[in-house]
Write a protein that binds this ligand. Structure first.
Ligand SMILES: Cc1ncc(Cc2c([C@H](C)O)sc(CCOP(=O)(O)OP(=O)(O)O)c2C)c(N)n1
Ligand SMILES: [Mg+2]
Length: 543
């Protein structure tokens, strides 16, 4: 076996199912082995940001390793933003980059694609990955690969592996089984006991779940714990879709001032908030109506558990879940019944009226009622706020790092990973960035339904700064471009046209379906309207 094959086998054994990539001369040798060994299927895309987003989404939806393969310099550095997003949002992405071989590295010449120093790329990636290695010695490679992949899975964050092009085919031993550090059983039991005691003592305990629950595949255990404790469950923005299929008391998504008042009230007035796998970010908590006193909460994330003023280190979320379940019986804590929030809006009126983002949510909910749920990939912008009004389903979006360009490539990654047809929500500004990746659908038989919110502007920005003309994007005929990319496109102006286009798109398989939805300038989703009003109110009021 050679070094690349050893790496590929290790990736596959530890959960990777596909590789997304764009080669270059520093990467051609290991791309050749990827293609000829057929250990993992390779999907090439058109631009490295799309490679990173697709691999990230595949990791998220599969709850496993995503793999993005690129060339040195121009390729890897082009993907930095996508990997930074994966790092911020706790996604286990493995970056494989080609690199210069020993002889050329010692030539004394500046190499093409070299930025500052030969190791500048690795140093840049040190800031957006939790572990890194350069496989320049086949004898050490198996242990190095094991170390880096173990870190990727332990922290659910990206890692960086550089493959010098002169040894990718060198003979190499298999990678040993990954080893994770042991957990102190006594500390774990004490931690679980204290968590349960706090929840039992609370008048209104609430379980808030977020991205790590999905990343570590803990949804079923979390649902069981919520059931046993009788806790109402709320998701954060990033945790959208979690427990959607479970029979727990899922109340909805906490969005602070932008959310449903009854959910905001439940969370912000709880005396027993249990934040499970939650990223303590501004997108989750900066728009709180009432500041949440984190000292009164239980925070379990990033491998530790914080209660008030003390911390239990070295407590992985999965270990904590097992310990909590081991110490609970059915219905240990009977929380007071909570009103279920109104079901998501549906019943689009198919008339000649102009389309609002909330109409789009209604249309999607109607489609779900008629044909079942579709996995959803959303970009940033009002489409993401609109997604909050769509029935929860398998959902992936950059809800915290908030980079544009994620939606379309992520939808392709979803379909590659699940085989299911995804729904993609994307604004016109974000589509301009990576929408062209749809041109790769034909080669791979992908056929997403793309809802393009065309308000001819960077509307989210215009909402906060309406006086700036630079937010206007002008006329782009996106639907007309679909045929050239191998799909079908239609531009719709009225609610009746939207309903018909969605039905037609759903009935058409084998080609991507692009529905360009013309939204009048300044028309926002209900959630974005609440968000803007809330942020303005919070910033206007004295701190
Ligand atoms: C890669 C990238 N560049 C810039 C931004 C800043 C930014 C937003 C965030 C806040 O930073 S929202 C937004 C406008 C999005 O326009 P569009 O996709 O058309 O959606 P909508 O019209 O619904 O706003 C920009 C430019 C970003 N998030 N990501
Ligand atoms: Mg827009």
């Amino acid at each position: 076996m050679n070094l690349t094959e050893s790496l590929l086998h290790a990736l596959k054994v530890n959960g990777a199912r596909h590789i997304f990539g764009i080669p270059g001369d520093f990467a051609l040798p290991f791309f050749k082995i990827i293609e000829e060994s057929r250990i993992l299927p390779l999907y090439t895309l058109s631009h490295e940001p799309g490679v990173g987003f697709a691999a990230d989404a595949a990791a998220r939806i599969g709850g496993t390793l995503g793999v993005a393969a690129v060339t040195y310099g121009a390729g890897a550095l082009n993907m930095v933003n996508a990997v930074a997003s994966a790092y911020a949002e706790r996604s286990p992405l493995v970056v494989l980059s080609g690199g210069p071989g020993a002889r050329e590295s010692a030539s004394g010449l500046l190499l093409h694609h070299q930025a500052k120093r030969l190791d500048s790329q690795q140093r840049i990636y040190e800031e957006i990955t939790c572990a890194q290695t350069r496989l320049d010695d086949p004898a050490r490679a198996p242990a190095e690969i094991a170390r880096v992949l173990a870190a990727c899975l332990r922290h659910s964050q990206p890692v960086y592996i550089e493959l010098p092009r002169d040894i990718v085919a060198a003979p190499c031993a298999p990678v040993p089984a990954l080893v994770q550090p042991p957990v102190d059983a006594d500390a774990l039991a004490a931690c679980a006991e204290e968590v349960l005691a706090r929840l039992k003592a609370a008048r209104q305990p609430v379980l808030v779940v977020d991205v790590e629950v999905r990343r570590f595949g803990l949804e079923a255990k979390v649902a069981e714990l919520a059931r046993r404790l009788g806790l109402p469950v709320v998701t954060c923005f990033m945790g959208r879709g979690l427990l959607a299929e479970s029979d727990t008391h899922l109340v909805g998504t906490y969005l602070g001032v932008a959310g449903l008042p009854e959910i905001t009230q439940l969370v912000e007035h709880s005396d027993g908030l249990f934040l499970l796998g939650v990223i303590l970010s501004d997108t989750n908590f900066a728009v709180s109506e009432k500041k949440i006193d984190l000292r009164q909460t239980i925070v379990a994330c990033e491998g530790e558990v914080r209660l008030g003023y003390h911390v239990y280190p070295g407590i992985p979320l999965a270990s904590l879940m097992d310990a909590l379940l081991a110490q609970t019986n059915a219905r240990d804590i009977a929380a007071p019944p909570h009103a279920q929030p109104a079901p998501y809006e549906r019943g689009l009126v198919a008339d000649g009226a102009a389309i609002s983002p909330t109409d789009i949510a209604r249309a999607v909910n109607d489609l779900t009622d008629a044909h079942g749920r579709m996995p959803i990939a959303s970009d940033v912008g009002d489409c993401l706020f609109t997604a909050m009004d769509i029935d929860p389903s398998a959902f992936t979006a950059p809800g915290y790092y908030a980079t544009m360009g994620f939606g379309v490539p992520a939808g392709l990654g979803l379909q590659a990973a699940t085989g299911q047809r995804p729904l993609i929500l994307v604004g016109d500004g974000a589509f301009q960035m990576t929408g062209w990746e749809l041109g790769n659908c034909r080669r791979y038989g992908w056929d997403p339904i793309v809802l393009l919110f065309n308000n001819a502007s960077w509307e989210m920005l215009r909402t906060f700064q309406p006086e700036s003309a630079f937010n206007d994007l002008g006329e782009w005929g996106f639907a007309a471009m679909a045929a050239g990319l191998g799909g079908d496109g239609v531009r719709v102006h009225t609610r009746a046209e939207l309903k018909a286009a969605l039905e037609q798109a759903h009935a058409t398989r084998g080609r991507f379906q692009l529905i360009e939805i013309m939204i009048p300038k300044g028309v926002l989703s209900n959630t974005l309207q609440r968000f803007v009003a809330g942020v303005k109110r919070l910033t206007a009021s004295p701190a």
